[in-house]
Design a protein around this ligand. Structure first.
Ligand code: SF4
Ligand code: SF4
Length: 171
């Protein structure tokens, strides 16, 4: 018997349930950084300035349910909207799945732990500044939010012994 593929490989984005769609988000927070657009070339310029609702430690929206009331230009991602969006970071799971690419090891759906997106250095934790404190966006242009992150592999700790016997002796 073969294992059935995970939902993000088995179904198209527009076939997923709401729960599956939401779980695809890796929690990196990169899409919640402000972007600028160059007038002449239409090029997207990324910044390290976070939307005022982004918790820059957890990298989650602090009011996800009320986000569009509080931040009217917050873009609601949908399968249909994805085709027109050119500013999602290359590591974004929605982009990867739409392109038929696998989810990386640090994605919580693969690792089984939400923390791996931070441990791998993929999220914005520790390097984004809130728009409440940042000042002019032009002073915060940064390349990294628009680049594929070189994810850090977690260090493997050697365990001295697997098990010990009732007398404390290793087996
Ligand atoms: S960039 Fe994509 S995966 Fe990361 S938080 Fe935004 S929607 Fe989620
Ligand atoms: S309102 Fe929330 S989801 Fe929208 S950009 Fe801001 S932090 Fe991100």
């Amino acid at each position: 018997m073969t294992d059935s593929p995970p939902f993000w490989q088995a179904r198209r984005l527009d076939e997923m349930t709401t729960e599956e769609w939401e779980s695809l988000c890796d929690g990196c927070g990169r899409c919640c950084l402000h972007k600028l657009r160059e007038d002449e070339t239409d090029t997207v310029l990324y910044t390290d300035v976070a939307c005022r609702l982004l918790d820059t430690d957890s990298c989650r929206c602090s009011d996800y349910a009320g986000r569009q009331r509080k931040v009217p230009d917050c873009v609601r991602l949908t399968p249909a909207a994805l085709a027109d969006i050119d500013w999602l970071p290359p590591s974004c799971a929605y982009r990867l799945v739409a392109a038929g690419r696998p989810l990386p090891w640090w994605h919580p759906l693969v690792s089984g732990r939400p923390e791996t997106v931070h441990e791998a250095g993929v999220s914005v934790r520790g390097r984004a500044i809130s728009e409440r404190r940042a000042g002019p966006l032009e002073h915060h242009i940064a390349d990294w939010p628009g680049q594929m992150p070189a994810a850090r592999k977690p260090r493997v700790r050697r365990q001295a012994r697997d098990r010990s016997g009732p007398d404390g002796e290793s087996r």
